[in-house]
Design a protein around this ligand. Structure first.
Ligand code: CAA
Length: 247
């Protein structure tokens, strides 16, 4: 069988790297995306992955821009073939308590974390359905499940991912296309390391497993849900949060 093509947005971010590695270990051809203007970082990351034996094609795209996403997906299909697996992982934080949150902070997070789901899924969804096979995993968050002080924007965007995923899971179900979300808790990544130390210590105290998660622990969930044998799992959410929130 020909190798399936997987796209991971935000590939060179804290969680993306592990996802790319896990998908390659599942014999996928992986295309990663990075933020336009960050070519140098993306190139050196790609080179270091190559040295570790992971060959990843890198493409720049702003996931907040529908036309750019559509163009990127067409480019990948023309150069490599149909996209069978899509992992919408790219995301940002602009944390502030609501009283201080500016409209720009709200818009940026909704645009990048929620509208990106539409921007990346819409251009490939019909073709996946027509081919009778597809796997979409949308990365949400613990804080979309429970809300988080200082994250009205992020919690709203991440909660929106559940409704979006469940709606299109129904549209894809009879066509062999599964759509699920994964909700990481606090994982040892640069994004989480930005949280003030005192606040983070308090958060870790509230994690029953007693530690931050590791990126590989999220990648494992993504690999599971995108597996060829995962065709009966759709419209669900997998929480990977060390027991911090049990829905
Ligand atoms: N619960 C209750 N009170 C809290 C609180 C919390 N979780 N966090 C902060 N506070 C309180 C502080 O104790 C302080 O109280 P006092 O005024 O009585 O001293 C007050 O809120 C601070 O308010 P400020 O208006 O001064 O807030 P600030 O401008 O300093 O910003 C913040 C606060 C940006 C929200 C900061 O606390 C913060 O970064 N919190 C962490 C937010 C967080 O968890 N982000 C997750 C990032 S990682 C991620 O998003 C990945 C993922 O999916 C899990």
């Amino acid at each position: 069988m020909t190798q399936r093509i997987a796209i991971v947005t935000g590939a060179n971010g804290g969680l993306g790297e592990s996802m790319c590695k896990a998908l390659i270990q599942q014999d996928r051809k992986v295309v990663g995306t990075y933020i336009p203007g960050h070519e140098e970082a993306a190139n050196s990351w790609q080179e270091s992955m190559k040295q570790q034996g992971f060959d990843i094609t890198m493409k720049a795209v702003d996931v907040a821009d529908y036309s750019a996403c559509k163009a990127l997906l067409e480019e990948v299909e023309n150069e490599l073939g149909p996209v069978d697996i899509l992992v919408n992982n790219a995301g940002i934080t602009r944390d502030a308590p609501l009283k201080k949150m500016q409209p720009e902070q709200w818009q940026a997070v909704i645009q990048t974390n929620l509208n990106s789901m539409f921007n990346m899924c819409q251009p490939v969804f019909e073709a996946m359905c027509n081919r009778g096979w597809g796997r979409i995993v949308n990365i949400s968050s613990l804080n979309g499940e429970k809300g988080q002080f200082g994250q009205a924007n992020y919690s709203a965007a991440k909660a929106g991912i559940y409704g979006f995923s469940k709606a299109i899971a129904q549209e894809g179900a009879r066509k062999g296309v599964t759509v699920n979300s994964v909700s990481p808790g606090y994982i040892d990544t640069p994004m989480v390391r930005q949280v003030p130390e005192k606040v983070l210590d308090m958060i870790v105290e509230g994690i029953p497993v007693g530690r931050l998660g590791q990126p590989e622990e999220i990648a494992r969930a993504v690999a599971f849900l995108t597996d060829d044998n995962a065709g009966f799992i759709t419209g669900t959410n997998m929480s990977v949060n060390g027991g911090q929130y049990m829905a």
